[in-house]
Design a protein around this ligand. Structure first.
Ligand SMILES: *[C@@H]1O[C@H](CO)[C@@H](O)[C@H](O)[C@H]1NC(C)=O
Ligand SMILES: *[C@@H]1O[C@H](CO)[C@@H](O)[C@H](O)[C@H]1NC(C)=O
Ligand SMILES: *[C@@H]1O[C@H](CO)[C@@H](O)[C@H](O)[C@H]1NC(C)=O
Length: 446
């Protein structure tokens, strides 16, 4: 657990401890197998956080069927009654007061008050409100009614602050302000909109994303709505004059570096971590100046798919290690951060942020850290439910792992550059790759 010490201030340490360390212990107990079918690793927090999570009502929920079934049934059928469904699913335990009524009754809200005024009045949010009061610019944001900006506040209930150990060191004002801003979504995201949302921008701008808003990740399952995997929405759609409030049960903390996140889950990514070690990759990547990045992170199963011969070549021969390093470079898109619903493009030629249009199909052809090799990404949408494919065949099984310096897209096959001159990737779709084939594809970049 000492590796977390570097995470720094106690506020973030406490929440990350709860969010990441506890599930890591759970992950270590999860069965690890050989090659896996694409559907076997579908539940988001299962892959990253293990099947036993912070919330007891998630326990026992089957790994594989969880997420996609839940999402398709909720997204497909409940739809309009979503808020009520969430209220029923999470079984709200609070009564009375603004935040005490079950979710889904937005029309009873006192929308003549601002978000700031509502959280200042609620007896369930005194701790968050007190922190906000120490930061005038955050007060101003949450109390503003200038009409052209609405916000979505994910307010942690007082109980969430029990995450913070009593003996914590006081974090700096800047750390607290960043964390406070990270609870504020830009724009109005009522529960119904969250249903079709994968990530949303916050009031916390991140230098390492080229100054763009850091994003919160939302997911919907039968267990309810989760923000960044670990914080659950326990009351939704409290309507204010300048936006909407959802109450959550854990503090939200701006995410750590991508590299650190990967090291927290050795049972899922130990082969990748070994690859980084064998190629001295950390040293290489520290020398690269990046403004955001999209990192395709292959699971252990993805490496297994390459077969024993290819793995022996890549990991156990001096020649192979150069090819391994090329693969690792190929899996990183520099200066462009691609989420399911936004694209931060900081490449020299471009500079912009765009919401990805909710068209049925989006195609991106992105440069990588490997010479002129490009990686292609397709985002397909069916009934508002998006899936991401890499190079036409490899599925992103855990989308949008938000990181301080970019985004993690977990894939179930190792993305490899196509043969020069070919645009299509068929051979590796199922089964092993010949060492010769591997060499041929990567040779031009070595
Ligand atoms: C918040 O805004 C209201 C008007 O909407 C105003 O009356 C009140 O004084 C403001 N509170 C603070 C703390 O700025
Ligand atoms: C903000 O929300 C209020 C209340 O829902 C709405 O009347 C107003 O049009 C919204 N403003 C913007 C800019 O979305
Ligand atoms: C990424 O952007 C930074 C800052 O603009 C630039 O210095 C760097 O060369 C870019 N990196 C790549 C690999 O394009």
């Amino acid at each position: 657990m000492t590796k977390l010490a570097v995470v720094g201030a106690a506020l973030s340490l406490a929440a990350i401890t709860r969010a990441l360390v506890l599930p890591e212990a759970a992950v270590n107990q999860a069965p690890l197998g050989g090659p896996r079918g694409p559907d076997e690793v579908s539940d988001l927090h299962n892959v990253i956080f293990g099947s036993h999570h912070l919330d007891s009502d998630d326990e026992g929920r089957s790994a594989a069927e969880g997420f996609f079934n839940a999402v398709s049934s909720i997204r497909g059928h409940i739809h309009e009654d979503f808020s009520q469904a969430v209220a029923d699913l999470v079984g709200l335990g609070y009564t009375g007061d603004h935040f005490g009524r079950p979710a889904g009754h937005g029309h009873h809200d006192d929308s003549s008050l601002t978000i700031y005024e509502l959280i200042s009045k609620s007896k369930y949010t005194t701790k968050f409100a007190k922190l906000v009061d120490d930061h005038p610019s955050v007060v101003e944001l949450l109390n503003s009614t200038n009409g052209n900006s609405n916000y979505t506040l994910f307010v942690p209930l007082d109980k969430a602050f029990e995450d913070i150990p009593d003996d914590h060191k006081k974090p700096s004002k800047k750390v607290v302000e960043d964390a406070l801003r990270y609870h504020i979504g830009l724009g109005e995201y009522p529960a119904r909109r969250i249903l079709h949302t994968y990530t949303l921008p916050t009031a916390h701008d991140e230098d390492l994303l080229g100054g763009e808003p850091q994003r919160l990740r939302t997911s919907v399952s039968l267990g309810g709505v989760k923000v960044n995997f670990y914080s659950k929405v326990v009351a939704a759609d409290i309507v204010a004059k300048n936006g909407v409030i959802h109450a959550v049960n854990h503090i939200l903390v701006p995410p750590p570096y991508i590299g650190r996140i990967i090291t927290l889950f050795p049972d899922r990514f130990s082969t990748l971590l070994l690859a980084y070690e064998k190629t001295d990759f950390v040293k290489f990547i520290h020398g690269v100046n990046l403004k955001g990045s999209t990192v395709f992170v292959p699971t252990n199963g993805a490496f297994n798919w390459l077969g024993p011969k290819a793995n022996a070549f890549l990991f156990n021969t001096n020649k192979g290690r150069k090819y391994l390093k090329a693969i690792l470079k190929y899996n990183i898109v520099p200066n462009a951060t691609l989420y399911t619903d936004a694209f931060y493009d900081k490449r020299d030629s471009e500079d912009g942020e765009s919401e990805i249009e909710k068209r049925s199909h989006e195609h991106f052809d992105l440069p990588t850290l490997l010479g002129d090799a490009h990686i292609s990404v397709d985002i397909a949408r069916v009934f508002g439910f998006a899936s991401i494919k890499v190079n036409g065949f490899s599925r992103v099984v855990v989308p949008n792992g938000v990181g301080k310096n970019g985004v993690i897209q977990v894939v179930n096959r190792v993305p490899l550059p196509p043969h020069k001159g070919h645009r299509h990737h068929h051979s590796e779709e199922w089964g092993e790759i010949e060492v010769n084939d591997l060499i041929k594809r990567l040779e031009p970049y070595i």
